[in-house]
Design a protein around this ligand. Structure first.
Ligand SMILES: [Mg+2]
Ligand SMILES: [Zn+2]
Length: 186
């Protein structure tokens, strides 16, 4: 039976927003990331990162750096007793006209096929309205976190947005608590 998942944006949601994360040394997890992902793992929810990484296509760093960052992320999480069930990245630039760049729902749909996920019972947590639009396009519930770009997006872009989040959370930790309550898991 297909199961619900929690999709997570990467930059500004689980790690510090650094602009283009163009070197491994600039990767820094947000303080709530490990316990929050561990909570989701313990609740039996699939946890999948969906991220736009156009920096390589723009020539700012090699594509291999994205893989290195994701390997480091998995390693840090493993040391903290947490894990991701998948990482799906769009490596294209906006001008490439690809099908997978958020706000396209393609990355989530791909993960749903690979991992047998029920999108109608799933969530996407992100720090930008593009994530909330992606959630709507994929038919999952969108949650905006106020870390990364979140506070500015919420304050200055909210009024102009057609799609609003089902919940606004100060950080990933609170977002996860809200999701677990929403699913009746606590
Ligand atoms: Mg982000
Ligand atoms: Zn793409």
């Amino acid at each position: 039976m297909s199961q619900p998942a929690v999709f997570l944006d990467r930059d500004g949601t689980i790690n510090e927003e650094m602009g283009y994360l163009n070197h491994l040394s600039r990767f820094e997890l947000l303080p709530q990331a490990i316990p929050a992902i561990r909570r989701l793992n313990a609740a039996g929810l699939k946890v999948v990162v969906v991220t736009n990484q156009s920096g390589a296509a723009r020539g700012y760093f090699p594509t291999s750096l994205v893989e290195e960052i994701h390997a480091l992320l998995q390693k840090i999480l493993a040391a903290g007793g947490a894990h991701l069930d998948g990482i799906y990245a769009c490596l294209h630039g906006p001008a490439d006209g690809c099908a997978c760049r958020k706000p396209s729902p393609t990355l989530l749909e791909q993960a749903a096929r690979d991992l047998d996920l029920d999108l109608a019972r799933s969530y996407l947590v992100g720090d930008r309205y593009i994530d909330i639009q992606t959630a709507a396009n994929a038919g999952v519930k969108g949650i905006l976190v106020l870390t990364g770009y979140g506070r500015g997006e919420y304050e200055y872009l909210r009024a102009a947005q057609g799609v609003q989040p089902v919940h606004v959370a100060p950080d990933l930790g609170e977002a996860v608590e809200w999701i677990l309550r929403d699913l009746g898991k606590k």
